[in-house]
Write a protein that binds this ligand. Sequence first.
Ligand code: DAH
Length: 339
Amino acid sequence: MNSLYKEIESIRGRFAADLESVSPGQESEILRHRYLGRKGALNALFKKMAALSVDEKKEAGAAINELKNELSLQLEEKNASSIRQVKNREKSDFTLPGYPFPMGTLHPITTAVSEILGIFSRLGFDVATGYEVETDWYNFGSLNFPENHPARDMQDTFYTESGHLLRTHTSPVQTRYMTSHQPPVRIVAPGRVFRNEAVSARSYCVFHQIEGLYVDKKVTFRDLKGTLDLFGRMYFGKSAKIRFRTSFFPFTEPSAEVDVSCFLCQGKGCRVCKQTGWLEILGCGMVDPNVFTSVGYNPESVTGYAFGMGIERMVMQKFGIHDIRLFYENDKAFLSQFY
Ligand code: DAH
């Protein structure tokens, strides 16, 4: 009987030491097995009771049961304290800043293109696209460029080894579209264009344009003026004015360049407009009859207007950006300023 009590004490001691050294969870479950399991230390004690008298059995049984309750309570406490620790750690400091969840922003060029396309689609224009790698015919020939035009020079145009070229403007979308569609035609065509120019703060080897084309019976220069005037006010603001200056393009006759009154100084003259009060935004004109002929339209029965605008320049003016290269450097500090 005495030896049984000794054993109870020694188990209590061993368990306390073991419990100290295990971590909560899996390791403490191993302890539970070792002491309280079917083949554990306590069951072994119960078995030893067989040799005792009825009274002794009662007493020893109560002592072992007490030990059993004690050990399982300690095990539970061990596991519960570890859960408390984790929970406390999670709750600890509500004043910490949240985890950052970085959201991308749209590239300012993307935003401008979709705004401009939105305006023209409300005016009834469809969106058309062409190819960045073009043939000489669509980029130049079909657009009435003479054989010896300087734009055809290697200095200005990127040619591929296969004899194709990277389009230097979005105007070939006009002739591609007309070749496969009959009038009336009313499209805008956004896209990248490429020029073999020295890279500087003002010019880059790639940039974006939006081309416009409207062909129908009796389209006049007045329609062109009205449309661009409306566009100017919709994109640059209600008080924006536009003006036309005569110009020359091989594919339009007559041709014009269009300025919009400076949105910053409202035409009074400032840094952005170089004190002129005006910003140049696009080239335009009435489609040259030779262009109609080259796509198989009859220049006697249709007329049309076309325009082409450079996006980078407009965005630079709008946001006061002084270097066109910033659009192409993927600098997050620059790009995250736009949304
Ligand atoms: N393609 C011309 C350029 O890149 C811009 C342009 C001018 C387009 C007049 C047109 C236009 O459609 O009618 O400089």
